[in-house]
Design a protein around this ligand. Structure first.
Ligand SMILES: Nc1ncnc2c1ncn2[C@@H]1O[C@H](COP(=O)(O)OP(=O)(O)O)[C@@H](O)[C@H]1O
Ligand SMILES: O=P(O)(O)OC[C@H]1O[C@](O)(COP(=O)(O)O)[C@@H](O)[C@@H]1O
Length: 306
């Protein structure tokens, strides 16, 4: 079973305004609500790929009910920890540009935290655990490090999709996959990652620091995979970007779902690009049909030079 952890789920409220004006009343040309939060997006895409998944995390209030109902309708298993506060609403404003306003989210009590942690301690070595998204202020900032440590001890593969110090701190526990985007990778090393070569060079440093596989996603420029001593680049397919919310999460789902089914790292990498772009080219997350349609366009090249 693939478990995802979403510490701070959301309703993603997508709003499209044709000619947005600051300080004025604007009317939407399109709006929609979807469950959000990185782990939840990963579970939704995994389900579409046919993998078994259970979404864990903190959920509460009427907004939390919306998320649970939506996931139930998609027949996704959940085992959330119920909290006293309301699950947050994140605004995704499309005005030509994409602007996101992500809320802080509700307070998580010590008891809530312990409940989730004890679920993690019960996973077994056939499971995969995916830890993604930001850490709410009321949750200990070393939560991913502590969960990774517990899982590695129990032989569980761990995937971590976060940024900054929280990402660096899990590396000694040898996460199976991390997926920084090129901005996040640049921030880790106080540099700018603008080419495939930069992504390969700095992605390889994360492998040296302990990650088994590193995908550096570079939005429309494709992605780089560093795996052991090897590295590869892949392009993105051609298409019209409608909404890139959840595209990174779809890459994680595409990679892990395919790896679980085939055990093949390069097929997983290829699928991850197709899944990311299928989502970028859709208003909701990409469907399996869309992913399969894009797959033949993805070409992988082995990189040389270190
Ligand atoms: N302009 C684009 N054309 C095609 N695919 C895209 C485009 N922008 C994003 N994607 C897809 O979304 C994936 C993740 O995008 P990226 O912005 O790098 O990550 P994140 O969403 O985690 O910040 C890309 O690897 C790609 O598959
Ligand atoms: O936990 P954070 O960093 O606030 O991010 C939450 C947001 O990220 C998302 O999971 C989308 O993530 P990506 O676009 O990086 O794939 C949204 O659904 C959600 O609103």
């Amino acid at each position: 079973m693939i478990y995802t952890v979403t510490l701070n789920p959301s309703i993603d409220y997508l709003v499209e305004v044709e000619s947005f004006q600051m300080g004025k009343v604007n009317r939407t040309s399109y709006d929609a609500k979807f469950p959000g939060g990185k782990g939840i997006n990963v579970s939704r895409v995994l389900k579409r790929l046919g993998n078994s998944t259970t979404a864990l995390g903190f959920i509460g209030g009427q907004t939390g009910e919306f998320v649970k109902r939506f996931l139930r309708q998609e027949e996704i298993f959940t085992d959330f920890t119920e909290i006293a506060g309301d699950t947050r609403i994140n605004i995704k404003l499309k005005t030509g540009l994409e602007t996101e306003i992500n809320s802080q989210g509700p307070v998580i009590s010590k008891g809530n935290y312990q409940q989730l942690f004890s679920q993690i301690e019960q996973l077994n070595n056939n499971d995969i655990l995916i830890l993604s998204g930001s850490i709410p202020p009321s949750v200990p900032s070393d939560v991913y490090e502590a969960m990774s440590r517990s899982c590695i001890h129990n032989g569980i593969k761990v995937v971590v999709d976060t940024s900054g110090k929280e990402l660096l701190d899990v590396l000694p526990h040898r996460p199976f996959l991390i997926k920084p985007n090129h901005h996040e990778l640049g921030e880790l090393f106080s540099t700018e990652i603008s080419t495939v070569d930069d992504a390969r060079e700095y992605g390889a440093k994360l492998v040296e620091a302990g990650a088994q596989n590193v995908i550096v996603s570079m939005a429309g420029q494709g992605a780089v995979l560093c795996s052991g001593g090897e590295s590869y680049s892949a392009n993105v397919p051609k298409g019209n970007v409608i909404n890139s919310v959840g595209a990174g999460d779809s890459m994680v789902a595409g990679f892990i779902g395919t790896y679980e089914r085939t055990g093949d790292i390069l097929s997983a990498f290829r699928f991850s690009l197709a899944a990311g772009s299928a989502t970028a080219f859709s208003s909701d997350l990409g469907t399996l049909d869309k992913i399969e349609e894009l797959l033949p366009q993805i070409v992988i090249n082995q990189l040389t030079g270190g």
